[in-house]
Write a protein of this length. Structure first.
Ligand SMILES: N[C@@H](CCC(=O)N[C@@H](CS)C(=O)NCC(=O)O)C(=O)O
Length: 291
């Protein structure tokens, strides 16, 4: 691993396509579609276009929780968007999310289809549509929304900041790693203190705030993201570890994190989801193929 070379920014920034970063091939300085491509549409009211990154997992978990709670209207088709192959720049996807990022949702249950993008907006939309996983009491609801928006503002420092410079950047920059390690440890402490006072982030009720925070912070706590559990000494955050395990043990969370998963152990992958039975049959198929 090379040292960070001295760099003086030029007067005008120009796009260096081959900057060597892990996602250099999909990053562009412009928006909009790169090619024409319709999105597939299945038979259910809700169409999810996603991939099981932490942002994608949030919505898979919410839909599985809604179904587990008996909300039949939450039946959905989940289509795989391979962001490394540029699927997010197809014209159909850009029509659902002009920001070209997963997850994106189309609700086709009404007269006109409704598009929803940004994982926090999708969670809130579904919570309001089904009257679920968002406390009814105004104060508790406000607390849930505070933590939901906390996640939206904080996780980019965890993923785009710490994760990028610790695991993905082509060079190790001490200044950047120090800056973001400090911020991420501070965020862990914020969560740990809160979860020392209450069972769930919003208080007594499990909510969309837990669903938003768990895929990001839980993954680092469990050593699944960036290989940084030891570096960040995550076992110090006892309440956060307790909550991470508690959320991870929920059957709907176990199913939800498989939706649109195209990496990791084969038995945890479900590329597309069109029916509840897909979790059993597809997993068995894959295990049999592996034998
Ligand atoms: N703030 C957005 C972030 C979504 C996001 O960053 N998605 C990533 C995967 S985790 C993505 O689609 N990246 C593809 C790209 O940047 O081209 C949300 O919460 O939905």
């Amino acid at each position: 691993m090379s040292e960070a070379p001295a760099y003086t920014p030029p007067k005008v920034w120009t796009w260096d396509k081959g900057n060597g970063g892990a996602f250099a091939n999909i990053n562009r300085p412009v928006a909009g579609p790169t090619h024409e491509k319709e999105l597939p549409v299945g038979r259910h009211p809700l169409q999810l276009y996603s991939l099981a990154t932490p942002n994608g997992v949030k919505v898979g978990v919410m839909l599985e929780e809604l179904l587990a709670a008996g909300h039949k209207g939450a039946e959905y088709d989940a289509w795989l968007i391979r962001i490394n192959e540029g699927d997010q720049f197809g014209s159909g996807f850009v029509g659902v999310n002009p920001n070209s990022k997963i997850p994106a949702l189309m609700d086709r249950s009404g007269k006109e289809p409704v598009r929803v993008f940004e994982s926090g907006a999708i969670l809130l939309y579904l919570a309001e549509k089904f009257g679920a996983f968002l406390p009814k009491d105004h104060v508790a609801r406000t607390e849930a929304l505070s933590w939901l928006f906390w996640q939206m503002g904080s996780a980019p420092f965890l993923g785009g900041g710490f994760g990028h410079f610790f695991a993905y950047a082509p060079i190790k920059i001490e200044y950047a790693i120090n800056r973001y390690a400090m911020e991420v440890k501070r965020q862990f402490d914020v969560l740990d203190r809160r979860l020392g006072e209450v069972e769930y982030l919003a208080g007594k009720e499990y909510s969309i705030a837990d669903m938003a925070v768990w895929p990001w912070y839980g993954a680092v706590i469990k050593g699944e993201a960036y290989g940084a559990a030891e570096f960040l000494q995550v076992s110090e955050y006892k309440n956060l570890v307790r909550w991470t395990d508690q959320i991870g043990a929920r059957p709907a969370v176990k199913r939800g994190r498989m939706v649109n998963r195209a990496m990791g152990p084969l038995e945890e992958q479900l590329h597309e989801r069109h029916d509840a039975s897909d979790f059993e049959t597809k997993t068995q198929d894959k295990l049999q193929k592996k034998e």
